[in-house]
Write a protein that binds this ligand. Structure first.
Ligand code: DC
Length: 227
């Protein structure tokens, strides 16, 4: 069986950083499932389709022409041949993702695309429902938490690096609204899988989170120690 490590949790909990680090350390593939929802939201805007037009948005999800390219600038998101990384990572991109992610048929359309990525030597799956829905049999499931304030501060630094200056209260409000929406939606709500290990990163460095998760994966016997 191909080893899959699921990293679920809310926005800004440090999932992305942890997942990228695990993938490069272990030489595993990486699934950034949030980016898929962000691109669907972006593509809808691009085509003048409203986020609540379920049938049209589902068709967009089915036909999605997207690829992820690793460059010196990190992973770039290429949609229909255009580099749309900054747009999909923006605050508006997050709002679109959250809206389209609440549509059951959109989630269904993206299922097979996500499962296809579980190939040798292994996969790090970053998302909200990796351990509960997409890879329920994964041997390692991590649920990364952090306080809403810590997540808003991290998000602000990230956006500043991209040249977007957003005030903290607005980010905190957006994060809390998105959390409520993601945790209470009827399909694939953001909840830890029963067999997930919960890690609170509020007061931990990225290094400490990485070490903790790596030792857990080693203890589970699905990865060997890699220098
Ligand atoms: O991780 P992120 O901030 O890029 O995710 C953007 C949105 O997509 C977030 O509101 C929740 C949604 N999402 C989801 O519903 N399921 C996933 N597996 C990943 C993201």
């Amino acid at each position: 069986m191909v080893p899959v490590i699921c990293v679920d949790g809310p926005s800004g909990s440090g999932k992305g950083t942890l997942a990228q680090r695990l993938a490069s350390h272990l030489g595993f593939h990486l699934l950034d499932s949030g980016a898929l929802y962000r691109i669907v939201g972006f593509a809808a805007l691009d085509q003048g389709v409203a986020w609540d037009d379920e049938a049209s948005v589902t068709q967009i999800a089915r036909d999605l022409d997207v690829s992820f390219v690793t460059t010196d600038l990190g992973v770039r998101v290429i949609y229909c041949g255009r580099d749309v990384t900054e747009s999909v990572r923006s605050v508006r991109g997050g709002e679109g993702a959250s809206a389209v992610a609440a549509i059951p048929t959109v989630r269904e359309a993206l299922l097979a695309r996500q499962r296809e990525l579980a190939v040798a030597p292994g996969l790090i799956a970053d998302g909200r429902d990796m351990g509960t829905v997409v890879f329920p049999d994964a041997p390692v499931k991590i649920f990364l938490e952090a306080s809403a304030m810590a997540r808003a501060q991290r998000r602000q630094s990230q956006l500043q690096l991209q040249g977007e200056d957003v005030r903290l209260p607005r980010l905190l409000e957006a994060i809390e609204a998105r959390d409520t929406k993601d945790r209470t939606r009827s399909v694939s709500p953001l909840v830890p899988a029963e067999d997930a290990v919960i890690v609170d990163s509020t007061d931990l460095t990225a290094d400490a989170v990485f070490e903790r998760v790596l030792s857990h994966a080693v203890a589970k016997g699905i990865v060997h120690l890699v220098d």
